[in-house]
Design a protein around this ligand. Structure first.
Ligand code: ZN
Length: 141
């Protein structure tokens, strides 16, 4: 591919058992600021977006809201830790089309609704050497 298709690293997501307790640690110890909290019904998770002072790459905390949440399964199997990384993209449909063209295995062939009214899609970790990669097209004003 001659041209990159991704923008900046938007966030690194961490699966946690108790979101507010972890928020406390990350804001106190690392000085991150809670920018946004949201329950994403589709994924059955509570999220909290923690940003550094320059507004750069955030940490997204994910706590399951139900036992059948994908995050519950992750915590059972692997315990707390990094769950995925997320890149911003400008046009998620065209990025997904390019990935499909190359035969990259996707979890989402079409975007779904994420936090902040973003549209997101996940690339399968088997296609990314064990890393779950999220793509997010943020809502444009
Ligand atoms: Zn994410």
């Amino acid at each position: 591919m001659d041209k990159g298709i991704l923008e900046n690293l938007y966030h690194v997501a961490i699966a946690v058992n108790n979101l507010s307790a972890v928020e406390e640690v990350y804001t106190t110890a690392l000085g991150l600021r809670v920018e946004h909290r949201e329950v994403v019904e589709d994924q059955k998770v509570k999220t909290s977006m923690l940003v550094p002072k320059d507004g750069g790459t955030a940490i997204e905390l994910l706590e399951p809201t139900s036992e059948d949440s994908p995050i519950s399964k992750f915590l059972e199997k692997r315990g707390e830790g990094i769950h995925h990384i997320c890149y911003k993209v400008d046009d998620i449909e065209s990025v997904l089309a390019k990935l499909k063209e190359q035969g990259v295995r996707l979890i989402d062939e079409t975007p779904r609704l994420g936090a902040y009214n973003s549209r997101v899609a996940f690339i399968h970790p088997k296609a990314m050497n064990g890393v779950l990669v999220e793509l997010a097209e943020l809502k444009k004003d």
